[in-house]
Write a protein that binds this ligand. Structure first.
Ligand SMILES: [Zn+2]
Length: 199
């Protein structure tokens, strides 16, 4: 799957889950924390494919853990990152009171969640994902369909999810453009009141 498909499908899935469980959209709450969380989701859901970049630039043995859909596509990699985070918090007790923690923590949570969704989504394609590494060889991938990455189905999924997200943003309470139009309307009202007052 393309990066944009991963990002759109991940946001749409989490949004539908929230709509069902809490009847709110991920775009309803535009607090700083939630915006960092959403940013983290987008980063995390596109991150695992960095392995494509290093596979293009360096000669990597085909069946090593650094192949495409290798180590960055395993749940154990996520556990490793969580472990590092916890270890760092343990070594550095002032971590949570640092000014950047309020940005980093929601971003990290979103990153892990987005990354996990990327791995699961790759398992829906023909090439699959190494879901059970290191218990199973990294070349034994879980693949649930014959869908090809970057094909027509990939593009269709992106279009549907993207359209859905635009609809959800438009529907959400925190809709920025809505506020912007309300702002213009308020200004027009003020001008009208002034005109009425003067004439
Ligand atoms: Zn991938």
């Amino acid at each position: 799957m393309k990066g944009k498909t991963h990002a759109a499908l991940t946001l749409a899935t989490i949004d539908i889950y929230m709509e069902i469980t809490t009847k709110t959209s991920i775009f309803d709450n535009l607090s700083n924390e939630n915006v960092y969380f959403l940013g983290g989701i987008v980063l995390g859901s596109t991150f695992p494919d960095v392995d494509l970049a290093w596979n293009r630039n360096i000669q990597i043995q085909d069946r090593s853990i650094f192949q495409h859909r290798g180590i960055t596509h395993t749940p154990i990699f996520l556990l490793g990152m969580i472990f590092l985070w916890l270890a760092y918090s343990f070594i550095n007790p002032t971590f949570e009171s640092e000014s950047y923690y309020a940005i980093l923590y929601p971003c990290f949570k979103g990153f892990i969640l987005g990354n996990l969704f990327h791995i699961l989504q790759d398992c829906l394609t023909k090439l699959g994902g190494p879901l059970f590494f290191p218990f199973v060889n990294i070349n034994k991938k879980v693949s649930l369909s014959e869908m090809k990455s970057c094909g027509l189905v990939d593009f269709a999924i992106f279009c549907v999810c993207f359209a859905f997200l635009i609809f959800e943003i438009y529907q959400s309470k925190g809709f920025i453009v809505n506020n912007y139009f309300n702002g213009i309307q308020a200004n027009i009202e003020t001008i009208k009141t002034l005109i009425n007052f003067w004439y």
